[in-house]
Design a protein around this ligand. Structure first.
Ligand code: AMP
Ligand code: MG
Length: 343
């Protein structure tokens, strides 16, 4: 049961203590219970429109230390603080005109804004990895918003998976990765967007896209009236420009091979649209991200399909080419990093 929860001990040095993880139905009693767990320093996974997040009270350093330990996440990798209102965001960060414009257009939704930390902000240094900037997001998912509002404090919520593994889009994915490491999973439906938030740094007059995600570069250009600069994530770039943008990430156990024209024996195939690679036969395990070639549908299916193909006892996953526009930019970014050499 979820009583007698030990709050995290920072002295454990990154070793996550074993916890009895409970599944919670998100009715009003369940949401109250989840909010109480978070306020008491616990770790609760919950649905958002992008992927399932692993929540912890962003103002409590002990809770944040436990979150890093549960995920096995390097502590130099800052967390995004999730808020319920724009006013709450403005209490934690300093919003310039560009940040306000983007928030006005895309919040609530899958957009994270990196802004200077507010001098009176409440988010702890550990959650910000000691930086003088902070990543803030106001999610649109009704369960996420209601929960954050009930907690009454910013909630840090990286994806609810072991660090480096595939992000979860269902409660079962969370369970597979984090059962016994967290206090609870709030069970909602599958995350509709399916890839993480877009991250834009608004630290001066020149906004920079740090990570592609649920809000496309085309939508951002429409909002700002110019093409936003991009940084940090192209394959082959050796040094991440944003902290925590590790090259190998979102990785299944099987080796991932991109732009596959011809299958290698033993590979499963991740299809997109009507085309098939040479060498595919009846026996080839396959899933199609979107038979009709729809990038929104493909993004929503991406992580679940990588997990499902990974279970076939295959030697690798061959991925068909995916167009790089709209949500394709986020999909290709995740696939490149799933395919990157493992540390
Ligand atoms: P996630 O792994 O989805 O929780 O996203 C966290 C990512 O947001 C980090 O890995 C950083 O790249 C980015 N991020 C969060 N806060 C900041 C910040 N203050 N400055 C730059 N990037 C940040
Ligand atoms: Mg993640």
């Amino acid at each position: 049961m979820d009583t007698n929860r030990t709050s995290a001990n920072p002295d454990l040095g990154g070793i996550a203590p074993t916890r009895d993880t409970v599944r919670i139905v998100p009715d009003s009693a369940g949401l109250e219970r989840a909010a109480t767990l978070l306020r008491d320093g616990g770790l609760v996974a919950f649905p958002t429109e992008t992927v399932y997040g692993l929540g912890a009270d962003a103002t409590q350093a002990t809770a944040i230390a436990a979150l890093y330990a549960a995920k096995g996440r390097p502590q130099f990798n800052p967390l995004i603080a999730h808020v319920a209102t724009l006013d709450q965001a403005k209490a934690e960060g300093v919003f310039n005109a560009t940040a306000l414009k983007l928030a006005g257009q895309f919040w609530p939704g899958p957009l994270t804004l990196v802004v200077p930390r507010h001098p009176d902000g409440t988010v702890c240094d550990l959650a910000c990895a000691g930086l003088d900037s902070i990543g803030l997001r106001l999610p649109s998912h009704p369960i996420a918003r209601y929960l954050i509002e009930k907690v009454g404090r910013p909630v840090a919520a990286p994806s609810a998976n072991r660090s480096g593994h595939i992000s979860p889009t269902t409660p079962d994915h969370v369970w597979d990765d984090l059962n016994t490491r967290i206090d609870a999973v709030l069970e909602g439906y599958a995350s509709p967007v399916g890839v993480e938030s877009t991250i834009i740094a608004c630290l001066d007059d020149h906004p920079v896209i740090l990570r592609h995600g649920g809000i496309t570069r085309e939508m951002i250009a429409d909002c700002l009236g110019f093409e936003c600069a991009e940084a940090g994530h192209s394959a082959g770039q050796s040094k991440p420009l944003a902290p925590g943008m590790l090259e190998s990430h979102y990785a299944p156990h099987a080796k991932v091979r991109l732009d596959a024209g011809t299958l290698v024996t033993g590979e499963a195939v991740l299809l997109f649209g009507p085309d098939q690679p040479a060498g595919m036969d009846e026996a080839t395990p396959r899933l199609n991200l979107s038979p009709r070639g729809d990038l929104t549908e493909a993004a929503a299916n991406l992580y679940a399909y990588l997990r499902r193909l990974d279970r076939h006892g295959i030697t690798g996953i061959a991925v068909m080419p995916i167009p790089d526009h709209d949500l394709g930019a986020a999909i290709n970014d995740r696939l490149r990093r799933a395919a990157a050499p493992r540390p």
